[in-house]
Design a protein around this ligand. Structure first.
Ligand SMILES: Cc1cc2nc3c(=O)[nH]c(=O)nc-3n(C[C@H](O)[C@H](O)[C@H](O)COP(=O)(O)OP(=O)(O)OC[C@H]3O[C@@H](n4cnc5c(N)ncnc54)[C@H](O)[C@@H]3O)c2cc1C
Length: 393
């Protein structure tokens, strides 16, 4: 099937809308939220009103906007161009949404996605897979789900949870049978206000500081049987947890890549414009070949990244999946390119790049997480290597 990347008029329109939102509503407040490390509730609310919130990507039948995969990626690139931390706050609920879509029964989707799509107020979602002792080896988790009368008792700690403690619904992965390894993993939805769940330490971060990251503590947290995702559908004691966790990450990786792309583009544009204005040795620094070539490399890598991101969106739109780890390729490339581009942008601004008067130092701090979360760059390489070699490494 030939790849066709020509955008429809509707896609062009929503991309322009997202850009306008980023320019008008995100950029002016980005430094402030970064400085204060605060959740940008009013901006999340406005994004929702503009039809650009997390619900935009969820299916229409559950109250969402029904955006196709590629269009969602266009929106994320623009929001992250505005500011990555705020973009995360706006769209991170899609992680919980993707998990519910991947594993939930129709009744569970109606109930929980309905919460995320409720436009009357801001209601966030969160997903807790990572634990203090299990990060990259995510299925080696220690949180337990003990079967009790009428439901389960969850016990454990979820680490580095985006929106953890402030989300209305929290998808939590836990083991119903530690001796079974990954096969014992199941996913549960815990609703805000459950007395057995509370927020632990709120993390202080290098970047994406407008996004809330915290530990989530589960202490004899009782959930009813129907909180277990897919439970009714499988009818077995083993739910679709492990495969569901992997399916969720596969689904969301292109979005993470699109956000990294947005940061890279922001840094490139800023450095390019600066290089034409700043003069040293009697000419704009952009006219010195060393700087011009940096910009040429940045532009090339950004375009190459966008092709990978759009390919992932296109494949998802065709329902073809990522048989050759195309989602991981996009995420790997985008994270590395965002990091390289932002470091070079700081270099192009010289001393001014290191100073908070310009946003490039913030973008450099923000970029780093894209080589770490939702599978580190090393783990993406592992996934890609397995796909191309066809062997377990
Ligand atoms: C700001 C932030 C937000 C996050 N949000 C969420 C969230 O919402 N939900 C959630 O569940 N998690 C979240 N995470 C967790 C994130 O996904 C993990 O931090 C990440 O997967 C890496 O796990 P780790 O930090 O335990 O590192 P480790 O797994 O301990 O890795 C340490 C280093 O070893 C390398 N490594 C590990 N195994 C291998 C291997 N087999 N081969 C080669 N190298 C290897 C890694 O690449 C890394 O460089 C978040 C993290 C942060 C920092």
């Amino acid at each position: 099937m030939p790849l066709d990347f020509s955008l429809t008029p509707e896609q062009e329109e929503i991309r322009a809308l997202a850009h306008q939102f980023a320019e008008r509503e995100i950029r002016p407040v980005a430094a402030e939220y970064d400085e204060r490390e605060e959740t940008p509730w009013p901006v999340i609310r406005k994004a929702q009103e503009w039809g650009l919130g997390a619900a935009a990507a969820l299916p229409i039948e559950y109250g969402g906007g029904g955006l196709d995969h590629l269009t969602r990626l266009l929106v994320i690139e623009e929001l992250a161009w505005g500011d990555a931390g705020i973009a995360v706050s706006i769209s991170a609920s899609t992680l919980a949404g993707a998990a519910i879509l991947a594993m939930g029964t129709d009744a569970q989707k109606q109930r929980h996605l309905g919460v995320l799509c409720d436009s009357s107020e801001v209601r966030l979602g969160a997903l807790g897979l990572t634990e203090p002792e299990s990060g990259s080896d995510s299925l080696a988790l220690r949180t337990t789900a003990e079967k009790v009368d009428g439901g389960y008792l969850l016990n454990g700690t979820k680490q580095f949870c985006t929106n953890g403690g402030i989300a209305e619904i929290q998808v939590v992965f836990a083991s119903v049978d530690l001796s079974a390894g990954p096969a014992g993993v199941a996913a549960f939805v815990v609703e805000k206000g459950n007395p057995g769940m509370h927020q632990g330490r709120k993390e202080r971060k290098l970047g994406v500081r407008a996004s809330h990251t915290a530990q989530v503590i589960l202490d004899d947290c009782f959930v009813a049987e129907d909180a277990r995702l897919g439970f009714e559908a499988s009818g077995e004691s083993r739910g679709p947890g492990a495969a569901g966790a992997m399916a969720t990450l596969e689904e969301t990786r292109p979005g993470v890549a699109a956000a990294a792309l947005g940061i890279a583009r922001a840094a490139f544009e800023y450095a390019r414009d600066y290089s034409l204005k700043r003069e040293q040795f009697g000419k704009p620094i952009g006219a010195h070949q060393a700087i011009a070539f940096k910009l040429a490399d940045m532009a090339t890598e950004i375009d190459a990244t966008r092709l990978l991101v759009w390919r992932a969106g296109w494949l998802a739109n065709q329902g073809l999946g990522f048989a050759h780890a195309e989602g991981s390729m996009a995420k790997l490339m985008a994270g590395d390119v965002a990091m390289r581009t932002t470091v070079e942008a700081v270099q192009i601004l010289g001393g001014y790049g290191y100073i908070k008067d310009h946003p490039v130092e913030r973008w450099m701090r923000d970029a780093k997480i894209y080589q770490i979360w939702e599978g580190t760059a090393e783990i993406q390489r592992l996934v890609i290597a397995r796909a191309i070699l066809g062997i377990r490494i």
